[in-house]
Design a protein around this ligand. Structure first.
Ligand code: AMP
Ligand code: ZN
Length: 112
């Protein structure tokens, strides 16, 4: 999608601190981290949010979780623990309307 911030980041048209990339998935450091480790995982294909996942496009969600597990291990988060969050829509505070998963870790997390 031509005017989407995360589409441009995935395409290398805007800068980002890349953490992981494969054919389907791109991951980069959040520009405004809320935890010591805060990485965003996105599909290269534009999907506006979790409410737009369908049987046609859902395979990329598995790819994203595989990438999360790989990066979490690389960062040692598999031992300490971590959280994965995807905000969808106004009540969740979604600000970028390209599906993304926050990997949060490196500190003790509160809930909710
Ligand atoms: P959400 O509020 O769940 O939609 O998350 C959007 C996230 O994108 C926020 O945590 C922002 O800090 C992050 N963000 C926005 N612009 C950029 C950017 N150019 N590079 C990296 N992260 C960004
Ligand atoms: Zn997009």
């Amino acid at each position: 999608m031509s005017d989407c911030l995360f589409c441009k980041i995935a395409a290398g048209e805007l800068p980002s601190k890349k953490v992981y990339e494969d054919e389907y998935v791109y991951a980069f450091e959040d520009i405004n981290p809320v935890t010591p480790i805060h990485i965003l995982f996105i599909p290269k294909e534009h999907i506006s949010g979790a409410s737009e996942i369908t049987s046609e496009n859902s395979a990329v969600v598995s790819k994203i979780y595989e990438a999360i597990a790989k990066v979490a291990k690389e960062k040692g988060l598999d031992k300490s623990g971590f959280r994965v969050v995807s905000n969808c829509g106004a009540d969740a505070g979604q600000t970028v309307f390209h599906l993304h998963f926050h990997l949060l870790g490196g500190t003790k997390l509160n809930w909710p």
